[in-house]
Design a protein. Structure first.
Length: 148
C-alpha cells in the first residue's frame, strides 16, 4: 500500500507540474519563468529556479508532518513529491538543459523524445502558444520523431 501511494503521488505530480507550468508559470508568474525561455539571466541561477523552492515546500511539509506524527499516508505523499522533484532536477536541469555537463548524449528513444519535446517547448520565447508543458510524459509524435 505504501509503495503504491508513493508511486501514485509521483505520477500525480506530473499532472500537477503540467498544469502549473501551463497556467501558472506561463500565466501570472511568467515574470519568474521568462528568463528560462529567453536566456536573459546573467549567471548560473535563473529567477525560474524559485519554482524549485515553491514546489519543495509541500514535500517538506508532508515529510515533516508524516515523520513527526507517524502518519504513513502523509509521509508517502511527501516521498512521492520529493522523488518527483529529484527526477525533475536530474531530467530537466541536468539531462535536458545541461546545467552540469553530464549525461550529454543517449541512444534511448524515450530520453531523445523528452529532449525533442522540451526543445519544441522552448522554441516559443513568449508565454503564449506553448506546447509540451510536462516533463516525463511525452506525446507520441516525439517518440516517432526520435526514431528517425
Amino acid at each position: 500500500m505504501s509503495i503504491l501511494l508513493v508511486i501514485g503521488t509521483f505520477i500525480a505530480m506530473e499532472a500537477v507540474a503540467w498544469l502549473t507550468h501551463k497556467y501558472v508559470m506561463h500565466g501570472i508568474f511568467w515574470f519568474l519563468h521568462k528568463d528560462h525561455h529567453q536566456n536573459d539571466h546573467p549567471g548560473f541561477f535563473e529567477r525560474n529556479d524559485f519554482f524549485f523552492l515553491i514546489f519543495a515546500v509541500p514535500g517538506i511539509i508532508c515529510l515533516g508532518f508524516g515523520s513527526f506524527y507517524s502518519n504513513i499516508i502523509t509521509l508517502c505523499i511527501g516521498l512521492g513529491i520529493t522523488l518527483y522533484g529529484a527526477a525533475y532536477f536530474l531530467v530537466h536541469d541536468i539531462f535536458i538543459h545541461q546545467r552540469f555537463k553530464i549525461f550529454r548524449s543517449t541512444d534511448n528513444n524515450y530520453f531523445r523524445a523528452i529532449r525533442r519535446a522540451h526543445k519544441m517547448h522552448h522554441k516559443h520565447l513568449n508565454k503564449e502558444h506553448g506546447e509540451c508543458f510536462g516533463m516525463l510524459w511525452v506525446p507520441l509524435k516525439y517518440f516517432r520523431d526520435s526514431l528517425k
